[in-house]
Design a protein around this ligand. Structure first.
Ligand code: PMP
Length: 357
């Protein structure tokens, strides 16, 4: 369904969302502090840049060889066979394809709120509220499954909440439901979890379950503008979503070369994690001092309840040159702040102090 795909793509890409949210808001002329799309402010790494420059001379060629090398690198990293991997131009491409493929077979169960819960007009969705402490309610989700749904979409860690699901309960949920329905574990932020290997549902894929794991390089690897994502699932599942992907012409020669280099660049990955933690702790203590609560996050963003309307906060912070995301759930207005550099966090703190005083 090409029309559905087009519309979905439009609604899922963060830039378009932002454009919509910010269409009537004038920005300060001063430097923009971009804390709205959960990007990595420390990248691209030097090794990524070198790989990009090194690949420019081959950009007249199709990327067959590099595609094979990247798939091999992912297979080794994740411990899965190569035919369990499907690449995409970021995980948005794979997510959109999955929603279109599964949306034709039944409803998609989503947490409310979650990354895609605003897309109900485009995808047949059934929303299931989070628990009182904003966790996925896996029992409630399992209780809803009745044959009219085709997919359960779980963001782990959850965007916008930042919470990671305990792997024992997520695995037990999968054991209970995955013979009736496919479970999509969107692991865009899994690299920021304390123990990503334990939190990930790749072991369930390896155990033959109906599980589709999506990963992106946009976050820890600083690839948001380079575009690389991958799906991990058994071949029957990948075959279902492949027809709605771009048919192998997703990534460019430079982005393939950069992705291969970025996976090896553990130094940059460690630096990102260390810097993220430092900035996050700063943000936590600023919010506490300012009299605000927050939800502790296992991702590169933090969400906290506002004491004003989300739209007012966006406009006032934009006037200070700071770009953020607003959410509304549980009858409250919330602000989601991406983790930036210490300078960016200080700029946020300074602007927010001004806006609330
Ligand atoms: N899933 C989630 C939960 C996200 O937050 C995002 C982007 N912010 C994506 C998928 C898509 O990321 P990308 O297309 O850059 O890989």
């Amino acid at each position: 369904n090409p029309v559905l795909r087009q519309e979905l793509q439009y609604s899922l890409l963060p830039e378009f969302l932002l454009e919509k949210e910010y269409s009537n808001i004038p920005f300060a002329a001063k430097t923009l502090v971009r804390l709205s799309a959960n990007e990595n402010p420390w990248g691209p790494s030097e090794k990524t840049k070198q790989a990009l420059i090194g690949a420019i001379g081959d950009s007249n060629r199709y990327a067959f060889k590099l595609r094979g090398e990247l798939v091999k690198a992912i297979a080794e990293k994740e411990g899965v066979p190569e035919n369990y991997i499907l690449l995409g131009a970021g995980s948005s491409e794979l997510l959109t394809a999955s929603l279109v493929a599964y949306g034709q077979k039944g409803k998609i169960i989503v947490g409310d709120p979650c990354y895609i819960s605003g897309n109900e007009e485009r995808v047949p969705m059934e929303k299931v509220a989070l628990t009182k402490d904003y966790q996925y309610d896996l029992d409630a989700i399992a209780g809803k499954i009745n044959g009219s749904q085709s997919l359960v979409y779980v963001t782990n860690p959850n965007n916008p909440i930042g919470a990671v699901l305990p792997s024992e309960s997520f695995s037990a949920f999968i054991d209970k439901v995955s013979d009736k329905i496919t479970v999509l574990s969107d692991e865009a932020y899994i690299d920021y979890a304390k123990d990503p290997k334990t939190a990930s549902m790749i072991p369930a894929v390896k155990a033959g379950k109906n599980v589709l794991v999506l990963r992106t390089m946009s976050k820890l690897y600083a690839f948001a503008g380079l575009r690389c994502g991958y799906a991990i699932a058994k071949p029957e599942i990948l075959k279902m979503i492949q027809p709605y992907c771009s048919g192998g012409f997703d990534m460019s020669v430079p982005s393939f070369a950069a992705a291969i280099a970025a996976f090896k660049d553990t130094e940059f990955q460690q630096l990102t994690l260390k810097n993220t933690e430092e900035s996050k702790q700063y943000l936590y203590s600023f919010l506490t001092k300012a009299g605000y609560t927050y939800i502790p996050s296992s991702a590169n963003f933090v969400i906290f309840p506002l004491k004003m309307k989300g739209s007012d906060m966006l406009a006032k912070m934009a006037a200070e040159g700071v770009m953020l995301r607003k959410w509304e759930f549980d009858r409250q207005h919330w602000c989601r702040v991406s983790i930036g550099t210490m300078d960016e966090m200080k700029a946020f703190a300074e602007a927010f102090t001004k806006v609330i005083s």
